[in-house]
Design a protein around this ligand. Sequence first.
Ligand code: BES
Ligand code: MN
Ligand code: ZN
Length: 508
Amino acid sequence: MKAMRFVALLAGLLLSMQAFASQFVINHEFSQSTPGQADIMVVFAHENQPVTVDGWSTELQQLVNAALQANDFTGKQGQRVDVAVPAEVQAKRLIVVGMGEAGKLTRAKAELAGANLVGVLPQERNVTLVATLLNDANAIAAIAHGMDLKNYRFDTYKSKAKARSKTTYHWHVANQAAVTQHYTDYLAIAKGVFLARDITNLPGGDGYPQAIAEMAAKALKPYGIKVTILKPNQVRKAGMGALYGVSQGSEHKSYLLAAQWEGSKEQPIALVGKGNTFDTGGYNLKTSSASIVRMQTDKAGGGAVLGTVMALAAQQAPVNVVAVVPLSHNLISGSALLPGDVVTAGDGTTIEVVNTDAEGRLILADGIWYARDKFKPRAIADIATLTGSKVGALGNVYSAVFSEHDDILATMKQAGETTEELVWELPLGPYPGIISSHLADIKNTGSPGAQAGAIFLQHFAKDTPWIHIDMAGNAFSESPRGIHPAGANGYGVRLLTEWVKLYSAQAN
Ligand code: BES
Ligand code: MN
Ligand code: ZN
């Protein structure tokens, strides 16, 4: 029995290690030189501006622009034309991509343009990308970033996964240094997004608390991130009875993971992410297949905060940030929590567990308390797949944000717009008595549902400036969506990486 468990553990570890293997199939190289011979040449063009490439003769330029006109190509965002290749072009295929009006090219639009090219360009070809007509270095880097994000695959469970060898794309740009600088930062973000996707995608049977803690530690340590892992008995001894309780019915007990990037000596910003590695609902069992399937993604908030810390460390960002991830496995057995049980959180609050399916707030209560107690943060952002109520209110593109701090809300909304990981504010009150309990200090449910979850968490943030992000529904999609392939999308990494920098830059 023990030996079998060991083999299963080893197999799980190997799987999780493989998940990191060469996810980046394209090596983007930026230069100012004149494009040479290629299989495929991609030229990016602005709206209503003539298309040309360094080294093209006037005749060739006229020929190509006439061909584009014949195809009704104006350079509008999203247009793409395959031009019959004139003899003089040093490529077997010429693709012209419209990027819209100059000056209106946002990061999000550029990323999407890059992502949309992924399905068009065959693997492992000699590709030259000409972006000399675009004058925004950040946007050019974002096109490459969009390609990287879309090219992610989680194929560790495929017995015949298609091997994809690394291909170099040769970019031609006007400002090599600036584009390379921006791309280096985007590559760091993509690494964080991939970590979040890997964590979120891992099935609940392999991605239990200990496995996720070890997988994350292994991924984060090479970046100079300080990782602390609290094992189940340490969680219990520290008094985190709410976190411990959620996993008490599972063979895989609760862990707590903290990962700090100290890129500055300022007071840290704490990011607390829900790491419920599977949500059966507990004894308030999720009884429809639609409600229980994909509940391995209930650790997406944890993935988001760990990915964010990885991204900021990989960028060597001058910020002090710590991710705290309470990890649980919400399963049933003879020792699981019962509806109506009372647990005591790390801060001493007693909680009536009216519904065992409202487990996210239980583990986050202790995650937030631990973050406050150990790191004395200047602000806390928690992020969680917390409530179906949020999905009903806002759907799966916006996440819901709750805060009483205008500067946190404003910077979060700004980060949401920049990254198109959009957030929408919901109120924290007045909802008198919403989580009052006759039995204990508070209870873990209330109505309206998303607000009850937020108000419950607010109790544990106390006077630390705090924001709650309910990302239920946002983390995962059965089919590809925009810059994301099918499966987990790493929602939250791009938002929080941007937010930590914006908020950090504000006066302390
Ligand atoms: N993890 C779920 C929330 C969820 C629902 C995430 C759908 C993603 C998609 C959470 O733990 C949960 O079960 N919430 C309950 C709370 C209720 C019992 C108070 C819910 O929203 O139904
Ligand atoms: Mn639940
Ligand atoms: Zn849950």
